[in-house]
Ligand binder design. Structure first.
Ligand code: FAD
Length: 306
């Protein structure tokens, strides 16, 4: 964007394992739960801000701490996959909402809870039971132990929001799982950057104040206000919007089917250059993260002829 300096490509630095524990929890709304993690090892965790992602490893019920292959170095993923699934730490992807390095060594992670809470939902059509991460977060207590696989330098490959040189304005779109990343991006954007933002949340009480000095026009899409399909709801709002003049950079994340439909709209109907649209499925309807990982592994094996 004309207001942001072009960036060098991210360095592909090795991430490291960090042991951490829950310090406190804070309910932000019906869906969002902030968990603050702490611990001396986090002194060396170096978030790059924006949509900084990392891997979170959780213990199985009955385990005191997650079991992770800390000695495997860059081969950690192969080592982790070779372990007994009922023993190895449960791996999920999350975003750093905020890091406070000194003196506390704390990280805030905002969990979008699903399938927990209101028991009346359990009998409703389309109800999806909670996955392990949502279940773990909903009952997390101070002292509970986790392991993070995260960056040791700020300029790292886990930051995806990188507007190309020549960007005049940004388009940001996501659901509640992308809300922590969107909050981080809005905090990072240079003052006055024109930003059109769509954020989908389940309930009106999930709407948050998002501090920014950007010139941000935020549309909150509250799903409890519609009986329609979530993708159509999001797409209709974006498709009806007038967009600024100039060269855009778009960042889209959230449920994979919705992300795909939004990207298709921007590239196919709005004429966005596909190289200027960063899109990431943060989760997929009816598919656990274990299934997504296995799909990715077999896709990669197929691509190399294995
Ligand atoms: C780079 C990246 C960053 C992410 N950052 C965050 C973050 O900061 N905060 C956050 O809350 N999530 C974030 N996510 C999404 C999160 O990793 C997934 O929602 C994850 O599937 C949750 O794990 P689980 O064990 O609760 O459910 P899983 O065991 O993975 O899935 C169980 C079932 O729940 C469904 N499901 C998963 N997530 C949801 C949901 N949100 N709503 C409804 N159904 C769901 C699945 O389709 C499946 O049917 C991020 C994902 C990625 C890839």
């Amino acid at each position: 964007m004309s207001t942001a300096a072009p960036e060098a490509p991210a360095r592909a630095v090795p991430f490291e394992f960090f042991d951490a524990h829950v310090v406190r929890t804070l309910r932000l709304g019906p869906t969002m739960l902030r968990i603050t993690f702490g611990g001396e090892p986090l002194r060396d965790f170096a978030s790059g801000g924006r949509d900084q992602r990392f891997k979170l490893f959780l213990p199985h019920p009955g385990q005191k701490a997650p079991v992770v292959p800390t000695d495997a170095g860059d081969a950690w993923f192969t080592a982790w996959r070779a372990m007994d699934p009922s023993v190895r730490g449960i791996m999920r992807s999350y975003t750093v909402r905020e890091q406070r390095r000194f003196p506390q060594h704390e990280l805030d992670i905002d969990f979008a809870l699903h399938g927990v809470g209101d028991p009346s939902e359990a009998s409703s059509a389309g109800f999806v039971p909670a996955g392990p991460a949502s279940r773990w977060a909903a009952t997390a207590r101070p002292g509970d132990r986790v392991t993070l696989l995260g960056p040791t330098v700020h300029d790292n490959a886990g930051v995806d929001f990188r507007p190309a040189a020549g960007t005049d304005w940004v388009l940001i779109s996501g659901d509640e799982t992308a809300l922590p990343a969107i909050a981080g991006i809005l905090e990072w954007l240079p003052p006055g950057t024109p930003a059109k933002v769509w954020i989908e949340v389940p309930h009106a009480e999930d709407v948050q104040e998002l501090p920014t000095t950007a010139d941000a026009d935020i549309t909150w899409l509250v799903r409890e206000n519609t009986t329609g399909n979530r993708t159509d709801f999001h797409l209709a709002s974006l498709a009806a919007a007038g967009l600024p003049e100039g060269t855009p950079y778009a960042w889209i994340a959230g449920e994979a089917g919705t992300v795909k439909a939004l990207r298709r709209h921007l590239v196919g109907e709005r004429g966005f250059d596909r190289k200027r649209v960063k899109f990431t499925g943060y989760w997929r309807m009816d598919t656990s993260e274990e299934q997504l990982v296995e799909e990715a592994v077999s896709g990669a094996a197929g691509a190399t002829g294995d």
